[in-house]
Write a protein that binds this ligand. Structure first.
Ligand code: SD4
Length: 329
């Protein structure tokens, strides 16, 4: 509705000529915020960990005027294709039966989202997640159904288990000690958030999950609200680390909601980690890192143990930012 028409109707409604629903219409509620959103903002991308190549790729897209959705898609794909990253995509550590199963999700400026869970034999789960978002009436596809859908969309069957990950798994199998903990040494999941030249925010998150997990185990990374959440009016957040704990507090959604209430991205990430620590009552043998960005392009991060960093890339250059931690050393 044109603003002028809307004002006319509002005045009429106040005068009692038109009944209530118009006053309560979405335009009335969100109008001022929509105007605020159209202020020019500087593009920026941030991602978990020190992923220079992934953030550079996303920045290339943003710099050329591409959408934040394309930026995060292409950015995280760099890690999915990097066989030396054993926590994402091809080369990821397998489950305890030796099968690599991947989780990913994506969310755009309009709150559209798509996810794949426990997807096997497909190299780029983020592309399949995006297809779920764009080509189906659903939000999540899991396991065999997700794989079948990927083939229908033209994806090729790919062996995801590299020789290195296979040899390490065979070594692990000798004792088969099941320790479902993600500490600071054994994870590299990529979560990415971007703002494009139009000021629109999107996010993506992709992982092979916990190494040697039970078959079918899914963490936070493909769960909208847990591993990733974006609200284009407020900002976005994403997580890396021990997924079970992030799910228990719906971590990324919580952080975006805290920003909605006025907290900075830094304060919101700190509160997100503190919530997890409070639930765990003294247990701290696992790692979690959150990153967040708000509509103004301000960023923040927080983790449990020292060692987590996040990379940012904007006109001001690229930086690997050390994250503050709940436990200081
Ligand atoms: C999970 N959050 O599956 C993921 C793992 C992770 O870096 O972040 N690894 O729980």
């Amino acid at each position: 509705m044109q603003r002028r028409n809307f004002l006319k109707k509002s005045t009429a409604a106040t005068a009692g000529l038109i009944s209530g629903p118009i006053l309560a219409s979405p335009q009335n509620i969100t109008g001022p915020t929509i105007e605020k959103n159209h202020k020019p903002v500087k593009p920026i991308v941030i991602c978990t960990w020190n992923f220079l190549n992934a953030s550079s790729k996303a920045w290339e897209v943003l710099k050329e005027g591409g959408s934040s959705l394309d930026a995060v898609t292409q950015g995280v794909m760099v890690e999915e294709n990097d066989t030396s990253n054993q926590t994402v995509g091809v080369g990821g550590r397998p489950d305890r039966d030796g099968n690599v199963s991947l989780d990913a999700c994506i969310m755009d400026k309009d709150g559209n989202c798509g996810a794949v869970l426990a997807l096997q034999n497909i190299a780029n789960p983020i592309l399949v997640a995006r297809k779920v978002m764009e080509e189906t009436p659903h939000v999540m596809l899991a396991g065999k159904g997700a794989e079948q859908f990927a083939y229908e969309m033209g994806f090729k069957k790919t062996n995801l288990l590299t020789e290195k990950s296979k040899q390490e798994w065979l070594e692990w199998k000798k004792t088969s000690q099941y320790k479902p903990i993600i500490n600071i040494e054994n994870h590299d999941t990529i979560g990415m958030l971007a703002i494009d030249k139009k000021g629109d925010i999107s996010g993506a998150c992709t992982t092979s999950g916990m190494g040697y997990k039970m078959a079918g185990r899914v963490g936070d990374s493909p769960i909208i609200g847990a591993g990733l959440f974006v609200d284009n009016e407020i900002g976005g957040a994403t997580a890396t680390g021990m997924g079970e704990e992030v799910v228990r507090t719906v971590g990324s959604f919580l952080i975006v909601e805290l920003m909605r209430q006025g907290k900075s991205p830094q304060e919101a990430c700190e509160e997100g980690v503190k919530r997890i620590m409070a639930k765990n009552k003294g247990r701290d043998d696992f790692q979690i890192g959150f990153i967040a960005i708000n509509k103004k392009g301000e960023t923040g991060s927080y983790c449990i143990h020292p060692g987590f960093t996040f990379r940012s890339y904007s006109e001001e250059g690229h930086v690997n930012n050390p994250s503050e931690s709940y436990i200081k050393s």
